[in-house]
Every structure is written in C-alpha cells, then in structure tokens.
Ligand binder design. Structure first.
Ligand SMILES: CC(C)(COP(=O)(O)OP(=O)(O)OC[C@H]1O[C@@H](n2cnc3c(N)ncnc32)[C@H](O)[C@@H]1OP(=O)(O)O)[C@@H](O)C(=O)NCCC(=O)NCCSC(=O)C[C@](C)(O)C(=O)O
Ligand SMILES: [Mg+2]
Length: 318
C-alpha cells in the first residue's frame, strides 16, 4: 500500500498534537489590559500560571496603539523572572479588525517575544490560515510559539473539529503549535443572542462541547470568565464546576480571582489520598492476577485506575 504525502502529513500532525504535553499548567489565565502599565507590573506579583497582555476587548478602541506600544516596550525588557515557570502571552485583536497585523508584528519581531499568542474569534479555518501565513512572515527565530485559539461564536462551534485539525496541520509547516482552546462565553452569548444567567445553563452544551473537542485533540481547555469579580464564593463554585467538566483552567480578570481559580484546578488532598491508595491497591491486585477489585466499597478496574493516575499527574503540576 502506498501512503500519500497528505496522509503522512496528517499522521505526523496528529502525532505532534497527541504527544504535546500538559507540563505548562494554565489554571488561571489572567488578563491584563495592555494599556495599563500599573496593572501589567502588578500581574507579575500574583503567582498566576498564565499572564495575558491584552490588546483586544480589555482595551478601548482609542487606546489600541497605546496598548500595543506599551506591550512591546514591556516585552523588550525580557520575560520577568517570578521565581517559577509561567506562560506569558499576548492576545491580539481579531482578524476582522484593522489592528491585528500590527499587534502581531509588534510583539513577534522584537528581540524578546511572548511564549504564546492568543487568537480571538476563530470562526473558521480561513481565519487560522490567514494567521498562519502572517505569523510565519514575522517569526524570525526557531523557538516555537504557542497558539491559544478562542471559540466564541456559533460558527466557531460548528467548525470546531476542522479548526482543531487545521491548527495541527498548519503547525507542521510553521513555528507555532496549538496548545489550548478558550471558551469565550461572553462573545458567544452575544453571538447567539442570549444573556447569561447565574447557573449558565443556557451555555452548558457549548461549554461541554468545547471541553470534549479539546480533549480529543490533546489541547488544554480554558473555561469562561466569571465577570462578577467581587463574588468570590460564586467564582469558587463555577471554577470547581469547570474542573469537574474536564476544563484544565479558567480565564481570570482580577487579582483576587487568581488563588481561587488555581486552587480549583488542582486535586484536593482527599482526592490525592484516594488516588494514591487506589494505585497501591491496584499494584497489589495486579500481582495477585486480579483485574477488578474492591477499594473502599467500589469496584475498581482499569478506567478508574486511569482516573487515579490523572489525579496524581495533575497534583504534580504546581
Ligand atoms: C474589572 C476591573 C476593571 C476592575 O478594576 P479596578 O481597578 O476597579 O479593581 P480594583 O479592585 O480596584 O483593583 C485592585 C488592584 O488590582 C489591580 N488590578 C485589577 N485588575 C487587574 C488585572 N486584570 N491585572 C492586574 N492588576 C489588576 C488594580 O490595578 C489595583 O491595584 P493597585 O491597588 O496596585 O492600584 C479590572 O480588574 C480589569 O480591568 N480587569 C481586566 C478586564 C479584562 O481584561 N477584560 C477582558 C478579558 S475578558 C474577555 O475578553 C471575555 C472573552 C473571554 O473574550 C469572552 O468571554 O468573550
Ligand atoms: Mg471574547
């Protein structure tokens, strides 16, 4: 059987996607308006996994140039050392605006560049292709750039699988790789003509579809923003709900949200204790030739063992 070039490329792109690791946690993805130097400085004191300097919706139209310049001069000082690994990203304006090319060029062609570009409003594969062509002309080093893709309209949900596949294929001939999908719930509500209620039941289908598709392509899934930023109890409930749905992190808009969100996307000590005991018991039963066994009153076999392994793996991503 002769395997065509396209098939080989598809296999390679799937391999690249599926072997991508989760070693960079993005539990709290913290937005900082790019035109506000005070907030930018503060964001590096907050211990967030992922800091996003924003050119898009956190910045007024008449401040777009200021944000771009502020971000560029900030980046040119080099990535701040905060004593731990973290992801430093820039969210550019969407590709249907007059700003995005200059945003991208400005942050990619300097001496230091961000780890990650966050690309809003990816409705279809044409948007990704345009991004890819343009980014490739601006990237001048061999360092791979992470790409985070925003899914925030009905159209983007309808095209979601194609978007993920195309992101993988384009990354084979580019210097970027897709690492995560973000659920842009607020733009999504506007797009489908609804207003979000407290329990967010009206967006549950989309919220679940995003997480399922992200996992199918081994991408991180970043949950919606909690805009009532003074309601920390509500934030905790929504964050834990996101973690239960399978999300790996959540968007954050205010410093007070960071610790609550980061905590919610780590397993609790009870979960770690349960998983450790289960894995020990599994080893013992394997040696005795038993596939299924009783642990704390529950039947355990391979799927639950894998869940326990996931918990242990996640608990090590501090
Ligand atoms: C809500 C706001 C206006 C309240 O701002 P405030 O200044 O009134 O708050 P505060 O409580 O007085 O702030 C306390 C301290 O924290 C600082 N601070 C406060 N916020 C931040 C921040 N983000 N980053 C870093 N520092 C921050 C602030 O500067 C102050 O520091 P100071 O005491 O030293 O002066 C403010 O928190 C803010 O601007 N947050 C970011 C908003 C934003 O980026 N929105 C866009 C992202 S969400 C989105 O795009 C949707 C999505 C995904 O696309 C879709 O669902 O479709
Ligand atoms: Mg949005």
């Amino acid at each position: 059987m002769i395997i065509g070039k396209t098939a080989v490329r598809t296999v390679l792109s799937c391999y690249k996607i599926f072997t991508r690791n989760y070693n960079v946690p993005r539990r709290a993805l913290m937005y900082v308006p790019g035109d506000d130097l005070r907030k930018i400085s503060k964001s590096f004191t907050l211990n967030a996994d992922c800091i996003v300097l924003d050119c898009e919706d956190g910045v007024a139209i008449n401040q777009k140039n200021v944000a771009r310049e502020t971000i560029r001069s900030f980046l040119q000082k080099g990535k701040p050392n905060i004593g731990r690994e973290y992801d430093l990203g820039v969210r550019i304006n969407s590709l249907d605006t007059e700003f995005w090319q200059e945003d991208l060029r400005s942050c990619l062609n300097g001496e230091f560049r961000p780890d990650t570009i966050l690309l809003p409003k990816v409705d279809d594969i044409e948007t990704l292709k345009l991004f890819s062509d343009t980014a490739n002309t601006y990237i001048t080093t061999d360092k791979i750039l992470n790409l985070i893709i925003y899914i925030e309209s009905a159209k983007s949900f309808v095209n979601l699988i194609d978007i993920c596949k195309t992101a993988g294929t384009l990354s084979n001939k580019s210097k970027f790789r897709p690492v995560a999908l973000v659920f842009g719930s607020d733009d999504f509500c506007a797009n489908i003509g609804i207003t979000r209620t407290t329990d967010s039941v009206e967006i549950l289908y989309a919220r679940q579809k995003l997480v399922l598709t992200a996992k199918a392509f081994n991408l991180q899934a970043i949950d919606m923003v909690y805009i009532k930023y003074k309601d920390l109890e509500g934030l905790k409930i929504q964050s834990e709900e996101g973690a239960r749905l399978g999300y790996t992190g959540k968007q954050v808009i205010h410093p007070a949200q960071v610790p609550i969100v980061q905590e919610a996307f780590l397993p609790t000590s009870t979960q770690v204790e349960w998983a450790t005991g289960l894995l020990e018991s599994f080893e013992k039963h394997q040696k005795q030739g038993k596939g299924a066994f009783n642990y704390k009153g529950n039947m355990i076999d391979m799927p639950t063992v894998k869940q326990a392994e996931n918990i242990i793996k996640l608990s090590k991503l501090q």
